[in-house]
Design a protein around this ligand. Structure first.
Ligand SMILES: Cc1cc2nc3c(=O)[nH]c(=O)nc-3n(C[C@H](O)[C@H](O)[C@H](O)COP(=O)(O)OP(=O)(O)OC[C@H]3O[C@@H](n4cnc5c(N)ncnc54)[C@H](O)[C@@H]3O)c2cc1C
Length: 441
């Protein structure tokens, strides 16, 4: 099957520009984002997804200004924006008693003002559905239940497990952590590596939580992070303050070769029995929990093929431990950058140039974010002792704006250097700058 027909070129539509046939493998956040931006650039997009439908997979996502500013430009449904929760305060807490080690009361408002776009918390399913609907509105075609097993890079064809062949001008591998497209580009079998941590992911509806402080913490959204020995916990509200998302990160005890399995609620409660009593009260309400192994991938030499008709994006090429909450955010950046560059392609011979520019814009940043994400673990999960006392004293000195953080600071979320590098990034500007210095020939 070949994909033909012209997409809906955005405001800058020019009938003389070629409409590329873009095939995207995977309808996750990176694939959907790339699909939307490529369709807005006037190309025909077909997304092939192995799942029969986009299910209720995942829980909350922290969407930071670097990607919320991109989502805002895509014209996603009003329902999505009604379903977000904006965290007000940022609270870093001690694990044993919940004592606040560091706080910024007005964190959400401050970030939105500083970066011109909001820090929002979203349920992954809501975001995925909004992206899917927008992509369909733009004429993106989908084929679900279509597992890609091979890619013929020479002539931009992909082959499904049932033997269907799809031909395009460009193949984008957005097939996530367990990417088959990555293996094809590498030329050998390649599995993700464990990071040594697993996550228990929990969501609780406010209506299932007894009224009082416990429920108030859901309806008045804040971002809470408990720092503990070898473990940490993150909680924030989603769905307009009607649901709380809690993620508990602990040392990995899953059997080898298992990436996700149902967890024991009792075992989880036991692990956190000496933690902040308020956390235990939430855990007492949990009836079911899944354990996810947190995995990563080593950096690759290249994300694109030599011919310039195949590219990887998202977790397929820069999966990361989620401690900076940037996997989805940077996948959305990837999709925007590739789609915008495709919008500047005026003849087929420019496609390889577009992919090279995509790689030069995205690869250093994606890999650096993955490295920073892993580094931050040692700060979050310090064992009690002199280093932890020093860390807590440092945080306390700056808490509630007692001292202004002016230089590089251990806590990335408030560090002026790392924060502005992460949140201040504008994929549209990056593309404009790159094209100015390296225009397509
Ligand atoms: C506990 C946890 C918390 C997280 N929190 C955050 C957060 O707060 N903020 C944030 O930015 N990120 C967060 N992340 C990371 C984020 O979820 C991922 O980085 C992001 O979803 C990656 O998107 P993707 O599109 O690359 O991959 P995926 O979302 O995994 O999508 C890949 C898609 O490809 C499909 N597929 C796979 N193989 C094939 C095939 N062979 N053929 C066809 N289709 C295929 C899959 O079915 C899937 O739909 C978190 C991750 C975890 C585990």
């Amino acid at each position: 099957m070949a994909v033909n027909g012209r997409g809906n070129r955005d405001s800058g539509y020019r009938a003389d520009l070629p409409s590329l046939r873009v095939i995207i493998v995977g309808a996750g956040l990176s694939g959907l984002g790339a699909g939307i931006q490529s369709a807005l650039s006037g190309h025909s997009v077909l997304i092939l997804e192995s799942a029969k439908e986009l299910g209720e997979v995942g829980a909350g996502l922290q969407i930071t200004p670097n990607s919320s500013r991109l989502l805002a430009r895509w014209g996603l449904s009003e329902n999505l924006w009604k379903s977000i929760a904006k965290p007000d305060a940022l609270n870093i807490r001690r694990y044993s008693d919940g004592k606040i080690l560091f706080r910024e009361h007005d964190y959400g408002q401050y970030i939105e003002k500083k970066y011109g776009s909001a820090f929002v918390n979203i349920h992954r399913v809501d975001l995925q559905n909004a992206l899917l609907n927008r992509a369909k509105d733009l004429g993106v075609k989908f084929k679900f239940g279509c597992k890609i097993v091979d890619v013929a890079m020479d002539d931009a064809r992909v082959i499904s497990s049932s033997g269907d062949v799809f031909e395009g001008d460009l193949i984008i591998g957005a097939d996530g952590l367990w990417s088959r497209c990555r293996e094809v580009l590498l030329g050998y079998q390649d599995k993700p590596s464990p990071t040594g941590d697993i996550a228990y992911r929990i969501t609780l509806k406010a209506t299932d939580i007894p009224a009082g402080e416990l429920r108030d913490r859901v309806t008045k959204p804040a971002l809470n992070i408990w720092f503990g020995p070898d473990s940490h916990v993150v909680s924030y509200s989603v769905r307009n303050g009607t649901m709380i998302n809690i993620v508990l990160m602990v040392p990995d005890d899953l059997p080898p070769d298992v990436s996700k399995q149902p967890g024991s609620v009792e075992e989880m409660r036991q692990l956190f029995s000496t933690w902040d009593p308020i956390l235990s009260q939430y855990l007492d309400l949990v009836t079911h929990v899944d354990k996810w192994r947190l995995m990563y991938r080593p950096e690759m030499e290249t994300w694109i093929n030599e011919k310039g008709n195949f590219a990887l994006m998202g977790d397929a090429c820069h999966s990361m431990i989620p401690y900076l909450a940037q996997g989805a955010n940077s996948s959305i950046e990837d999709g925007t950058v590739i789609g915008l560059l495709l919008g500047k392609v005026t003849c087929m011979s420019q496609l390889p140039q577009a992919l090279r520019l995509y790689q030069s814009i995205r690869k250093p940043r994606g890999e650096e974010i993955a490295r920073e994400s892993l580094k931050i673990r040692s700060l979050y999960q310090m064992r009690d002792g002199p280093d932890q006392i020093q860390r807590d004293e440092l945080l306390e000195r700056y808490s509630d704006h007692r001292l202004e953080v002016k230089e590089k600071f251990a806590l990335c979320w408030v560090c002026p250097v790392v924060q502005s590098w992460l949140f201040g990034y504008d994929a549209h500007e990056e593309v404009d700058i790159a094209l100015k210095s390296k225009p397509f020939i």
